[in-house]
Ligand binder design. Sequence first.
Ligand SMILES: CC(=O)SCCNC(=O)CCNC(=O)[C@H](O)C(C)(C)COP(=O)(O)OP(=O)(O)OC[C@H]1O[C@@H](n2cnc3c(N)ncnc32)[C@H](O)[C@@H]1OP(=O)(O)O
Ligand SMILES: O=C([O-])CC(=O)C(=O)O
Length: 387
Amino acid sequence: MTDATVVPGLEGVPATHSAISHIDGTAGLLSYRGYPIAELVAQSHYEEVALLLLDGELPKAKDLERFDAGLRAHRQIKYNVREIMKFLPVTGHPMDMLHCAIASLGMFYPQQELSDAERDNASHLDAMAMRIIARIPTIVAMWDQMRFGNDPIPPRSDLSHAANFLYMLHGREPDPLHARILDACFILHAEHTINASTFSVLVSTSTLTNPYHVIAGAVGTLAGPLHGGANQRVVEMLEEIGSVDNVVPFLEARLAAKEKIWGFGHRVYKTTDPRAAILKEMMEDLAQAGHLRQSRQFAIARALEEAAAERLGSKGIHANVDFYSGVLYHEMGIRSDLFTPIFAMARSVGWLAHWREQLSNNRIFRPTQNYTGASTRAYQPLSERHA
Ligand SMILES: CC(=O)SCCNC(=O)CCNC(=O)[C@H](O)C(C)(C)COP(=O)(O)OP(=O)(O)OC[C@H]1O[C@@H](n2cnc3c(N)ncnc32)[C@H](O)[C@@H]1OP(=O)(O)O
Ligand SMILES: O=C([O-])CC(=O)C(=O)O
């Protein structure tokens, strides 16, 4: 039998039909449910975008109000989850903690198998999704307090999703500008077609496992440095570069050693990722308004993007979403190992939209392989295996 062609990394292979988001990788365009990302960042807010992604349409006022009230009401997490988190090593990466804590939610908020009727019930699925989206920021902020020996700061229900996260993280009323910027970042990270972590969502959902397993698996996938984990490495790389003067020597040395530049390159975009362009513009605006503390890091990032354009642009390698997000979070005084958990917080919406879409037309994922191992052979007892 002739082998079927294997496409490494499934590049260009459609894995599903989806109506959630669309990328034009040549023109550098991204839209959610038909709405260009820039318009959503300029005119909407994360809670509304979440419902748009989950349900397919911009919500009516009463539906948005109900969803937002639900998010606010479900921010608290059970004491038992906190007890489990106490046993985790404080030196562990917050993405490992998040993976573990989300998986544990399935034990404390048991979600038995969904009946056929529940799988078809949009408001039931929205309510399940809303509870997960509401709790992830609490887990991340709680951990950031606990690992430094502090008591977690309980969530507030009078603040938006973004503002409440900053409040739980820093323990003070959030700067409205920071809350607005974080909200924009949440929108920009909310969804991105069939990326690696979302593909993991499709696969795990297709077995009809519970949504906590689905989201924990996606968190684990996002953590990798080739995916969401790149945003932390970008800032570490900028620190290693240290000055604008060192940008070109660093870049040349790195490329000569065949090492990747974090925050560059993309499977789908062959031009600048539109999200990176929006993040950069936000940084420029902040700099002009005198709001940047660490403009040095931003200056290095800009210089690196320029130098990389000369060396890598002709290969279709440009800045991706992870390139400027970390610089922005750093400006808000957020620790670098929380950058990827923040990505996960925002992306939980996209993951859950795909969870719903997969459930609505499910068939278990079960691809095939081209076998390259030994032909069938007889077992050899240990006593007969000589060196
Ligand atoms: C949210 C996100 O997930 S966005 C992506 C975040 N990840 C990163 O920033 C990590 C750095 N980037 C990368 O590793 C890749 O560009 C990926 C993983 C994003 C895409 O991977 P792929 O589509 O499989 O591209 P692949 O890794 O095969 O690269 C193709 C070519 O471009 C080069 N290339 C790709 N990205 C980079 C980079 N960041 N720096 C230098 N060279 C690069 C590769 O070395 C390869 O060159 P070659 O053809 O001469 O061997
Ligand atoms: O689409 C991808 O492969 C990765 C990405 O940018 C994302 O998940 O936001």
